[in-house]
Design a protein around this ligand. Structure first.
Ligand code: FAD
Ligand code: SF4
Ligand code: SF4
Length: 480
């Protein structure tokens, strides 16, 4: 092993080639090309095969990273794929969009001094190769089970749970209010981070595995939760969080100010070939505009980079803390800066100015004061530090809260936390309603795809135990 691995001293870190920013600014294609076989093998061989792999500990899925790196370095890609897909339903998606700098790669022991192993890029390479080679096959369960499970939400949590349950032979039906499968993977995250064909081939795989989809079917409007409970032996709620946080500032209702997700969804729909009225009319199009995005998370980063690609005149990101304290990935900030985005740190909007539509964001400079109860430095306004920033389009990317599910689902007994997320018993992932489970952002609050996958997998296990328990009890009663 030692001869092949541990190459980090002599072999520098090399990400797959990144397209030049000048070219990226004009299209929505992914920005990294694929590794060539030799390069993937060379980069995987930089791993020092740690006895206690911190990369694995900090991967929410506990992926067996050192072993699949070793197999990749040896060219044993089909085995690497088997191993990687044993713990992750969508390795090629996580490889593309996990914030690796905060998870696996940020905790790789060679990071200090030698730069981490490029874990995400190798993970993506392994599974993209598996798709090309036809190693990714629809599920054929060893035995079919009669019980069906209804899943509300076709985002990563719902899809991961569906795949795991189908493997065990359950009949799985997914309900989603959108017209396409994927949740935020399809309508939130832009194409330049995750091309839509990657999500669509996963949908096809699930359809070929006999998972059924009921699209444009909103639970609470087209079907009730009670009807689903009557139809299925268990129900999983994986509806994500969609209530956009707003700013309580004068002028916030002016035309030209829009929620970030409306803007990103319109852009993604247009990218999928639809004619989107709000984009055609210019309401949600950045072309030729001075764009100001408010916020410092993943959604804000996706907005600024989308605006650049739509041909904005200028793009500024306003964030009230500094670079070191922003929630978004540092890698994304770097990409955005390369593409021409200007970050206005330590600045917060106070008033939106304009007559018929927004023309400027009156903003105030911020000083970071003493830490608050959460340990984060409290932003404090600096008196008389106002600036007017020109803006024809303002996008609010301040995060999301859960919708009021007990009201939406007409289920007053569905327990929620103080944040409005669904309250579950973490031991069995069940909500306050018997046989109703929950997973993903609707439980954690806005989080990450990799956590949604983890939750979906865990929920599938708990649903399986619950249904086994029920059938054992039924058999006992029948025998008595
Ligand atoms: P979702 O993906 O939100 O899916 C929920 C599904 O439920 C949706 O399809 C919705 O239509 C459906 N639904 C909701 N209510 C109902 C109802 N009543 N009836 C029927 N269907 C319903 N994470 C990363 O790891 N990396 C990133 O780069 C990243 N970028 C992001 C960019 C943006 C713009 C946003 C908004 C989020 C990003 N995230 C990223 C976070 C990530 O997308 C989410 O954490 C993840 O998608 C949550 O998965 P989920 O399955 O819980 O919910
Ligand atoms: Fe890293 Fe995400 Fe892959 Fe885990 S799933 S190894 S955190 S890229
Ligand atoms: Fe390899 Fe880094 Fe993981 Fe250690 S921490 S096993 S060097 S990838």
């Amino acid at each position: 092993m030692a001869e092949r691995m541990l190459k980090f001293v002599g072999t520098p870190q090399a990400m797959p080639a990144k397209r030049p920013a000048a070219a990226r600014r004009h299209d929505f294609q992914e920005i990294y090309s694929a590794y060539a076989r030799d390069k993937a093998s060379e980069q995987a061989a930089r791993c020092s095969q740690c006895g206690v792999p911190f990369c694995q500990i900090h991967c929410p899925l506990g992926n067996n990273i050192p072993d699949w790196l070793k197999l990749t370095s040896e060219g044993r890609l089909e085995e690497a794929y088997e191993l990687s897909s044993a713990t992750n339903n969508f390795p090629e998606i996580c490889g593309r969009i996990c914030p690796q700098d905060r998870l696996c790669e940020g905790n790789c022991v060679i990071e200090k001094g030698f730069e981490s192993v490029t874990i995400g890029s190798v993970e993506k390479y392994i599974t993209d190769t598996a798709w090309e080679q036809g190693w990714v096959k629809p599920i054929t369960p060893r035995r079919e089970r009669a019980e069906s499970v209804g899943i509300v939400g076709a985002g990563p949590a719902g899809l991961a749970a569906a795949e795991q349950l189908r493997r065990k032979g359950y009949q799985v039906a997914i309900y989603d209010r959108y017209d396409r499968v994927g949740g935020l993977l399809i309508y939130g995250i832009p194409n330049f981070k995750l091309e839509k064909e990657i999500v669509q081939r996963r949908e096809k795989l699930l359809r070929d595995s006999k998972v059924t989809f009921h699209l444009e079917c909103e639970v609470g409007r087209d079907v009730t939760l009670e009807q689903l409970r009557a139809r299925h032996a268990a129900v999983l709620i994986a509806t994500g969080v969609y209530k956009a946080r707003d700013i309580a500032a004068p002028g916030v209702g002016l035309p030209g100010i829009a929620p970030a997700l409306d803007y990103l969804t319109a852009s993604n729909r247009a990218g999928l070939g639809e004619t989107v009225a709000a984009q055609e009319s210019g309401v949600l199009d950045a072309k030729g505009k001075h764009v100001v995005v408010i916020g410092g998370g993943d959604t804000a980063m996706d907005c600024v980079r989308t605006a650049v690609r739509q041909g904005a005149k200028s793009v500024k990101c306003l964030y009230r803390r500094d670079r070191a304290n922003m929630p978004g990935s540092q890698r994304e900030v770097k990409h955005a800066e390369e593409e021409g985005v200007e970050f206005v740190w330590l600045t917060a909007p106070q008033t939106f100015l304009g007559k018929d539509r927004v023309s400027h964001v009156r903003s105030v400079r911020i000083h970071l004061g003493m830490p608050d109860a959460t340990g984060r430095q409290r932003p404090q306004e600096i008196p008389d530090s106002h600036v007017n920033i020109e803006a024809d389009l303002v996008l609010k990317a301040l995060g999301f809260d859960p919708e009021d599910l007990p009201a939406m689902f007409a289920a007053p007994d569905l327990g929620v936390t103080g944040w409005g997320t669904l309250r579950i018993d973490w031991k069995n992932m069940m909500t306050s309603l018997d046989g109703v489970f929950a997973a993903g952002d609707i439980v954690r609050g806005a989080s990450l795809v990799v956590w949604a996958v983890r939750d979906g997998r865990d929920a599938a296990e708990r649903i399986h135990s619950y249904l086994l328990g029920k059938s054992t009890a039924a058999a006992r009663i029948a025998a008595e």
